[in-house]
Design a protein around this ligand. Structure first.
Ligand code: ADP
Ligand code: MG
Length: 361
């Protein structure tokens, strides 16, 4: 590369910049799916149906019954940094919705051969459809207009991304197994299905080649979180779970709730589902502390099952760490983790008292 370093410095083409940025966010179909699920949840959907062809590499489709996109918003839908959720920098500290920087759909349109959207708002007489590539509207077929076209459709949004990474051959080679990609995508869907199962949001996920869903949870307001856990993980686990009762800590500005396995459950690997402010995240520090807690009483090589839902005052969470937003950091992280684990310890030892007071609902 030495001879390249001696070349004059030039600005990269905007399209190249955007494609590089897109690759940072969307590594594999499961990342795209997570962004799309979060958009559907932000749109207030109660039913989210996912259909994947070749693990999402050939086609990734998501249908929701949320608020829909207005016809007038369609032209900007896939433009980078175009969002309906964030207006200025200060808003970042108050963000309660998932998406906040208008990068997801743009990224998907950059890494896919085509992205099609059909959407209908409640008050519109019909649905509108549009096709996108590289952040902009494109004609569905050569010679046609790229303007959104009226069509039939139900309330909500249907997004189909086709041929992911067709223009990133290195990426495609790295992702050689459609089965592996499907399983990762299914895992993301299953985690959201669990977290939202107790809040009336149903999920369906299937392969395009099959009529049988691999995941199907009801969109029913009467479903409880534990029912969703049983449906998704089976009763062998669910009956061994203890309710990590709601705990609120005013001083540290957080609350936590969840389900954790008791002393009779032990698996080869830890199952760790962690949501912070309803966003699926990696929180390695919390996972480590829980594993240490369980290592004290589980048999050697045994691991727990954990579902932890944390709420942290938005101004304490730095959601801006990484474009994929999978790792989240927050103020007083160590103190919060310590309190959460102390509460888990209390629950595990069957004592009702805890170091901070529980709030009544
Ligand atoms: P962000 O979520 O950060 O705003 P996205 O690129 O994910 O950025 O989405 C851009 C915009 O498109 C959103 O702000 C929202 O207005 C709209 N949108 C995306 N997906 C949906 C959906 N499923 N239903 C309704 N509106 C959507
Ligand atoms: Mg988004």
């Amino acid at each position: 590369v030495q001879h390249l370093v001696r070349q004059p410095i030039q600005r990269l083409d905007e399209a190249v910049v955007n494609r590089i940025a897109a690759g940072e966010i969307i590594h594999r179909p499961a990342n795209a799916l997570k962004e799309l699920i979060e958009n559907s949840l932000d749109a207030g959907a109660t039913l989210i149906k996912i259909t994947l062809k070749e693990g999402g590499l050939k086609s990734l489709q998501i249908q929701d019954n949320g608020c829909g996109v207005r016809e007038s918003d369609l032209p900007l839908l896939a433009e980078r940094f175009a969002t309906s959720k964030l207006r200025n920098f200060d808003d970042l500290s108050r963000m309660s919705t998932f998406g906040f920087r208008g990068e997801a759909l743009a990224s998907i349109s950059y890494v896919s051969a085509s992205m099609r959207v059909v959407s209908k708002t409640k008050d519109a007489a019909c649905a509108y459809q549009a096709s996108y590539a590289c952040g902009a509207l494109v004609p569905p077929k050569p010679g046609q207009s790229s303007a959104p076209r009226p069509c039939a459709g139900t309330d909500g949004t249907l997004i189909t991304a086709e041929d992911l990474f067709f223009n990133v051959p290195q990426r495609l080679r790295a992702l050689k197994s459609a089965t592996e990609e499907y399983n990762r995508a299914l895992d993301v869907a299953a985690k959201y299905a669990l977290h939202y199962g107790g809040r009336g949001v149903g999920f369906v996920c299937r392969k395009a080649s099959s009529n049988v869903a691999d995941l199907s949870t009801p969109a029913s307001p009467s479903t409880k979180t534990i029912d969703a856990i049983r449906a998704l993980h089976g009763s062998a686990v669910s009956r061994e779970l203890l309710h990590l009762t709601p705990l609120r800590n005013e001083r540290l500005g957080f609350s936590v709730e969840g389900y954790i396995s008791g002393a009779n459950w032990s698996a080869k690997k830890t199952t760790f589902l962690c949501f912070i402010n309803d966003r699926l995240v990696d929180c390695p520090g919390l996972k480590k502390s829980f594993e240490a807690l369980y290592s004290a009483f589980l048999p050697r090589g045994g691991h727990p099952w954990l579902y932890i839902a944390l709420k942290i005052a938005p101004e304490k969470v730095d959601v801006n760490v990484h474009p994929t937003k999978s790792e989240v950091h927050f103020l007083d992280e160590e103190d919060v983790i310590e309190e959460v684990c102390a509460h888990a310890q209390d629950v595990l030892s069957g004592s009702n008292s805890s170091r901070t007071f529980e709030f009544s609902q």
